[in-house]
Design a protein around this ligand. Structure first.
Ligand SMILES: [Zn+2]
Length: 67
């Protein structure tokens, strides 16, 4: 799974993180970010979560046969 950080523009090689910010039920922010921006976001007190790779064995097999 390849992600690009929506904050600094770097391609994310390892784990990707999601930064969200909500106020009174309104989503103000929803970004996929790299580790460094994730740490920054945490420092700013934003809501952060790790994005888990959703690669099922079936998907992996499909990709292999078509590359
Ligand atoms: Zn970043």
């Amino acid at each position: 799974m390849n992600y690009q950080c929506q904050h600094c523009g770097q391609f994310i090689m390892g784990k990707a993180y999601r930064v969200t910010s909500e106020e009174a039920g309104v989503r103000l922010l929803d970004m996929t970010v790299c580790y460094y921006c994730f740490v920054d976001a945490q420092r700013l007190g934003l809501h952060t979560e790790e994005i888990l790779a959703r690669e099922s064995p079936a998907t992996a097999r499909y990709q292999q046969s078509f590359t």
